[in-house]
Structures are given as C-alpha cells and as structure tokens.
Design a protein around this ligand. Structure first.
Ligand SMILES: [Fe+2]
Length: 267
C-alpha cells in the first residue's frame, strides 16, 4: 500500500500569497500534480493539516477545486492550527467528523488509518482533550491486531527548533503512554513544523513531512527567530508491505537535472 502525505498547504484565496511571499495555492497545485504523475499512483492521499492559511471558506473552496481537477485517488484530511473546524466541515467536501471533531478511521486498507484532530481553535499549539484521548483509546482498542498508522497535525515530540517546539502537541507524555498501550501503532505521521523530522514515540516511528510550500528555517539555537525559507518543497510517500512494514520516502516537487544512467569509466 502506498500513502502520499501532503502537509501544510496553506492555500489562500485565488491570486493571494501567504505572508506576502509564498504563492501557496500555486505550490499546492504543483505538488498535487507531481504526486499524480507518479507511477505507481498512491492508493490514498492524506492531507495532515494547515490545508488553508486563514481557515477562510474561499480557501477551502480553492483547494477543493484544485483536488477535483487533479486527483484521481481518495483524499482524506485533518485540520491544523491554521484551519477552522466549522468552515472546513461546511466548505471542504468529504470532511468527516465523529463526536464533534474531525477525527475518523479508515478501515478499508491493508493498514488501519486513524485520523486525529489536534486543533485547539484559535491557538497555535495542539492538544488532545480528554474526549479525544478517550476516542483514540477506544478506537485503537477496537482493532488491536491490524497494523495502524496515526495521522495528526501537531508533532507529539520536540524537534529542537525552539519557536516551533513552543507550539507542539501538549500532553505528549499521556499521548506517548497511550500509544505504548497499543502496540499495533507502527507509524505516526504529522506536519506543523514545515520540516522533514523523524523521532520515536513509544514503539512507533513518528515522521514529520516537510511542507509542499514554505519551510521553517533549520536553526537549532535556543533564541532562533521565527522565520521561513524557500527550501525545495516536498511530500512523503509511506509504503507499507506485510513483509517489511512501513518505509518512508521524501520526494521533491522541484524539477532537477537527470535521471542519468550509472556508467563505468569504460563505457
Ligand atoms: Fe503550517
């Protein structure tokens, strides 16, 4: 099974840039087109939050139109801190919810996909409140033997970029303890920090995908200023097989020279 993960799209109304610099709407369409030229195609596309820059109805409608004209496989989404739950439900077709949050399970694939809603509306940090933690525990308890991927916007670990760590998932200890009780959770995927970062959370590998638009500057000084850079945008492909479990690839959207054949000096 092949899962394409695109994150932190930050789509804006038509013709508008994000932070006056980043043409996020164009970059999102370009990334989606790149995914859809892959062979083989992914079985599913997961959008792990910050679908829009401001949570505006028009932004969700622009993104829905981009997906409608480019994507031929199922797309599932969860919100990030830039999204607005009610607006996403009303203006992004196919948005699912359970018990008041944009959280749900996809059971039709060889891997169980558990989609979480870590949004604290109006705040940059993430949280799984008692109701969402209870839903997650109940959901994972229901199918304990099927390999499971958990998708969430906010990382359940600190990455060392201080200004981003200040807005990570809160309650990480309780989340890690919950994951540890459900050994079928093999992979956690997230976004939010606009960088490719890998960490361990209980028994699971937690993988953060870079943004398909702008990236956060890699600056590990404690007083690093909050800034973004235009490093090459990328997305991730999570390949799962029964024999090998999950393997994650980072794929760049930009065009670059090549491919070149491997040749020896004698050729
Ligand atoms: Fe973001």
């Amino acid at each position: 099974m092949l899962i394409a993960q695109l994150t932190d799209l930050h789509v804006r109304p038509a013709g508008r840039a994000s932070s006056r610099v980043v043409e996020t709407t164009m970059l999102t369409e370009r990334a989606i087109r790149a995914v859809m030229t892959r062979k083989p195609l992914p079985d599913v596309v997961l959008l792990t939050g910050d679908l829009t820059d401001r949570g505006l109805a028009e932004e969700y409608e622009v993104l829905a139109a981009i997906l409608a004209r480019n994507v031929a496989v199922p797309v599932f989404a969860i919100p990030g801190n830039h999204d607005r739950r009610e607006t996403m439900l009303a203006h992004f077709p196919g948005t699912r919810q359970e018990e008041g949050f944009i959280q749900y399970v996809l059971d039709d694939f060889p891997v169980r996909l558990v989609m979480l809603d870590t949004l604290v509306q109006g705040a940059p940090h993430g949280e799984l409140c008692a109701a969402r933690m209870e839903w997650l525990d109940r959901t994972l308890s229901a199918v304990p033997d099927k390999p499971t991927l958990v998708a969430m916007h906010h990382p359940p670990f600190l990455c060392g970029i201080a200004h981003m760590d200040g807005m990570a998932l809160q309650g990480r200890g309780a989340f890690t303890a919950l994951v540890a009780r459900h050994r079928q959770v093999e992979r956690i995927i997230c976004g939010h920090d606009h960088r490719p970062v890998t960490a361990r959370v209980a028994q699971a590998i937690a993988s953060m995908a870079p943004s398909v638009a702008h990236q956060v500057e890699l600056d590990l000084r404690p007083d690093a200023p909050s800034a973004f850079v235009l490093e090459p945008p990328a997305y991730q492909l999570h390949h799962w097989s029964a024999a090998h479990g999950f393997v994650t690839h980072t794929a760049y959207v930009e065009l670059y020279p090549g491919p070149f054949p491997f040749l020896s000096d004698a050729e």
